[in-house]
Write a protein that binds this ligand. Structure first.
Ligand SMILES: [Zn+2]
Length: 222
């Protein structure tokens, strides 16, 4: 029994000593590992801080200048319209859709008059008071109220061209003798025409060359 106890206690001491040794080794190794990790972190932080700054600067510099240079030239888009006319380029008098075409040879049915009639211009449908613009540079030669076509403005563009804008909502934006440029607002889309009253708000637009009616669709960028 005693020998067993002694033997047991000496084994315990050895065991305790071994555990202590292990723990010392373990602590020492943990210390060295931790200190080396700290060193690595420090050196990594230093590397990242040095590398990231020049990369960010080189990326942000060239982007904005390229876009801002491209926009002004791409917005004009007047090249297409110049193909329609040899004399000059024409602008649309109003943003809308052509609802009745030019037809001086074949009469077309008029809802308002309930009969077939020739149509001396084109109708462009657009909401009431949509801006009506001069299709080219010119001089206002007439502002009047037509019995059939309502409030009307005529512009002389030179080279024999005269354009007529009818069924307008406003007659006070320009007056006879005013010089206008292409795209200047001269009035708004109205519903003042008796002859086209049932067609809804639209611009009735006519065009003459040397006193003869011509098809606006041959000139405008429709
Ligand atoms: Zn019309």
């Amino acid at each position: 029994m005693r020998q067993n106890r002694i033997g047991k206690s000496s084994k315990d001491r050895v065991a305790i000593a071994l555990v202590l040794c292990f723990s010392v080794v373990a602590l020492a190794s943990v210390f060295t590992v931790k200190s080396s990790i700290d060193k690595i972190n420090l050196s990594n932080d230093g590397m990242i801080a040095q590398n990231s700054k020049p990369e960010e600067q080189s990326v942000t510099k060239p982007v904005p200048t390229v876009d801002s240079m491209d926009n002004p030239s791409s917005k004009q888009g007047e090249n297409n319209s110049s193909e329609k006319s040899a004399a000059s380029s024409w602008a649309l008098p109003v943003d809308g859709t052509v609802s009745v075409k030019y037809s001086t040879d074949v009469p077309i049915y008029s809802k308002t008059l309930d009969q077939y009639m020739v149509h001396n211009g084109i109708d462009i449908s657009a909401p009431l008071d949509t801006q009506v613009k001069a299709v080219a540079n010119g001089t206002i030669v007439n502002v009047y109220k037509d019995d059939a076509l309502g409030t009307t403005i005529e512009i002389n563009h030179g080279n024999g061209f005269i354009t007529t804008y009818s069924n307008l909502s406003i007659d006070s934006m320009v007056e006879q003798g005013d010089v206008v440029k292409k795209g200047d607002i001269i009035s708004g889309v109205g519903d003042t025409s008796l002859f086209e009253a049932l067609d809804g708000p639209h611009l009735h637009f006519e065009m003459k060359k040397d006193g003869q009616l011509v098809n606006p669709a041959d000139y405008l960028p429709l």
